[in-house]
Design a protein around this ligand. Structure first.
Ligand code: ADP
Length: 593
């Protein structure tokens, strides 16, 4: 995804999240508001009923009292006795009914009798003609009013009825009852709720918060204010504004940091244009909405983190899958290459086998040439000598040479047989006297030994002459090759010496051929027994002698090794298994020679 696309997607997601959170906030706010409204409605119903009940109890009482004869007499024919009687009567009724005061006014509005006649705040003698409940009772037959008592300075609800003359039906006085509503306020306060009762002008006349009483919820018109002053309804209270109505219709009460906002839920009352207000603090509603918003934001964050985690996991899984695929493919490629290489190797091996076969052929040819060369040169020498001796007339000596030629021809024949044996691998396995074969080979090489002036020393171990297991011709070939190599190495040496040692232990015979030649170069030791390995000049050596020795020793289940001597020169050591019994070597020798 390109960068602009990613930014656009992220912006869209951010916008979506913000819209979602706003919806959650709104929804929770409306929910809380609805619950608050329902609660307020219930409480308003309850408080309205309670208020109405409290006032209704007194509605009939003024008319009842006004109809009493002593009450009427107290207005029409006031005497000390009558007034006194009515005073006590009103006192009794006020106590029974739970009214704060019951009082009787004459036609002018002066109090003639009162339930509180004997208290310092007695209404008797006070003029209340300016109160609306007085005029209304006279004019309309009943009156009611709420005001702060001008005598007691205690607020109360006044309800009144006219005292009518039985003679002419004229209103001659007024019975008024003052009911204190403080207990209602106290019960609202105890409930811990914010409840107000305002009059028709919006002045708070009752409040669960005492400080808010006699404050105006709405601006009071000048005319209304004049009327209030005239009626002395709230005495000297300034009737300041209680809070202000905000744009969202909430009511903010208080100043600065102590200001609190309320939802004003109200219900109009039946009496006097009163309104009951139930104020719901807005702060908890906003807190609820804020908490819902935070929960939604938290949930979104958790979801986001979860999504990121899942994405990361998916990425890692994809990476692992990719790596696994790469490894698998690499393995497959490797296997393919292994198959290819194996095939190539097989082909190379086949080629090598082919080449090996050719090399074997070469080896064989070279071996034959190598082995036939030596006797042939012997035959040539004896023949030449024989011719010379015959020319001199020394026939006997010449015959001896021919006998030797015959013997060498036999030897050639034996060698061919030997090659046949070599070709068969294994050959015969019989007890052979190794020392005897050694003597024979030394004899063959005698002419060369003498020519080179080599001192030959043969040492025997303490053990008796024990036969080894093998076949005479191949052992002779082994000895010939080793001795010839030693003689080759001794060519440039001034005092050439050959030390041959034969020693047997319980199981094997060890033959050591040591010379005082230049020794073996360390670098060639490991390749000494390889076919065609030679350090000699072309035509002098074919590199087959030690290779053939190695093959013979292996066939006879022995060991061959080469090393340099500390005093100089090379030493070849051959170990061969001993034959279990001594052979009758006589018969064998006849065959060979
Ligand atoms: P060739 O005699 O035809 O070289 P060989 O297999 O018999 O092949 O010998 C291999 C090589 O081993 C020789 O070329 C020579 O370098 C080394 N070698 C064998 N015997 C001796 C020895 N006694 N002293 C020093 N070098 C030797």
């Amino acid at each position: 995804m390109t960068r602009p696309w990613r930014i656009a997607l992220l912006s869209a997601a951010g916008l979506l999240a913000a819209t979602l959170w706003w919806c959650v906030w709104q929804w929770q706010f409306q929910q809380s508001l609805e619950i608050a409204r329902q609660h307020a409605d219930n409480r308003l119903s309850l408080y309205s009923t309670t208020l109405e009940g409290a006032l209704a109890r007194f509605a009939f009482l003024p008319r009842l009292l006004a109809g009493q004869a002593p009450v009427r007499s107290a207005v029409l024919e006031p005497s000390g006795h009558t007034i006194d009687r009515v005073n006590r009567y009103l006192e009794q009724v006020a106590e029974d009914a739970g009214a704060e005061a019951i009082f009787l006014l004459d036609r002018r509005g002066d109090t003639v009798a009162s339930s509180n006649h004997d208290s310092p705040d007695s209404f008797i003698g006070h003029h209340y003609g300016f109160r609306p409940y007085f005029q209304d009772a006279l004019d309309e037959g009943e009156g009611e009013f709420f005001a702060i008592g001008s005598t007691t300075e205690r607020a109360g609800y006044f309800v009144s009825a006219p005292v009518v003359s039985t003679a002419d039906g004229r209103a001659v006085g007024v019975v008024a009852i003052k009911v204190a509503l403080e207990s209602l306020q106290a019960s609202w306060r105890r409930a811990g709720e914010t409840v107000l009762l305002s009059d028709a002008n919006g002045v708070v006349i009752l409040s669960s918060r005492p400080g808010w009483r006699y404050r105006a919820l709405a601006p009071i018109t000048a005319a209304a204010m004049d009327e209030i002053r005239q009626q002395r309804q709230f005495l000297d209270q300034s009737l300041e504004r209680l809070g202000r109505v905000l744009a969202d219709d909430s009511l903010a009460i208080g100043d600065g940091s102590s200001s609190e906002r309320y939802l004003d839920l109200s219900r109009e009352q039946q009496r006097l244009g009163w309104t009951m207000h139930y104020l719901v603090p807005m702060r908890p509603l906003y807190l609820d909405a804020r908490n819902a918003f935070l929960a939604a934001a938290g949930a979104t964050l958790v979801l986001l983190l979860l999504a990121l985690w899942l994405r990361e996991r998916q990425k890692r899984q994809r990476l692992r899958d990719r790596e696994a695929r790469i490894v698998r493919e690499a393995n497959e490629r490797l296997e393919e290459r292994v198959v290819e290489r194996t095939q190539a190797l097989q082909e190379a091996q086949e080629e090598l086998v082919q080449a090996g076969k050719l090399a074997s052929l070469g080896t064989m040819a070279a071996g034959i040439a190598h082995e036939l060369n030596q006797p042939l040169s012997g035959i040539r020498t004896y023949a030449a000598n024989g011719v010379r001796l015959l020319a001199k007339g020394r026939e006997e000596a010449a015959a001896s040479n021919f006998t030797r030629i015959q013997s060498l021809c036999d030897r050639q024949d034996a060698l061919i047989r030997q090659l046949r044996l070599f070709a068969r691998r294994g050959g015969s396995r019989e007890p052979i006297d190794l020392e005897e074969r050694l003597t024979f080979v030394l004899e063959l090489l005698d002419e060369r030994i003498r020519r080179q002036g080599v001192e030959v020393v043969i040492e025997h171990g303490e053990a008796p002459r024990l036969p080894v297991l093998g076949d005479a011709l191949r052992l002779e070939q082994l000895l010939t090759n080793l001795l010839r190599n030693a003689l080759d190495a001794l060519v440039p040496i001034e005092r050439p010496r050959l030390a041959i040692c034969l020693a047997a232990d319980g199981e094997s015979m060890t033959l050591r051929i040591a010379d005082n030649g230049p020794g073996l170069d360390e670098a060639i030791l490991s390749r000494l027994f390889d076919p065609f390995f030679t350090t000699k000049a072309v035509g002098d050596g074919l590199g087959l002698g030690l290779f053939i020795c190695f093959g013979i020793v292996q066939d006879l289940e022995g060991r061959i090794s080469a090393a340099n001597l500390p005093q100089g020169g090379a030493c070849f050591e051959v170990t061969l298994p001993l034959a279990p019994t001594l052979p009758s070597s006589e018969g064998e020798r006849q065959d060979d020679d």
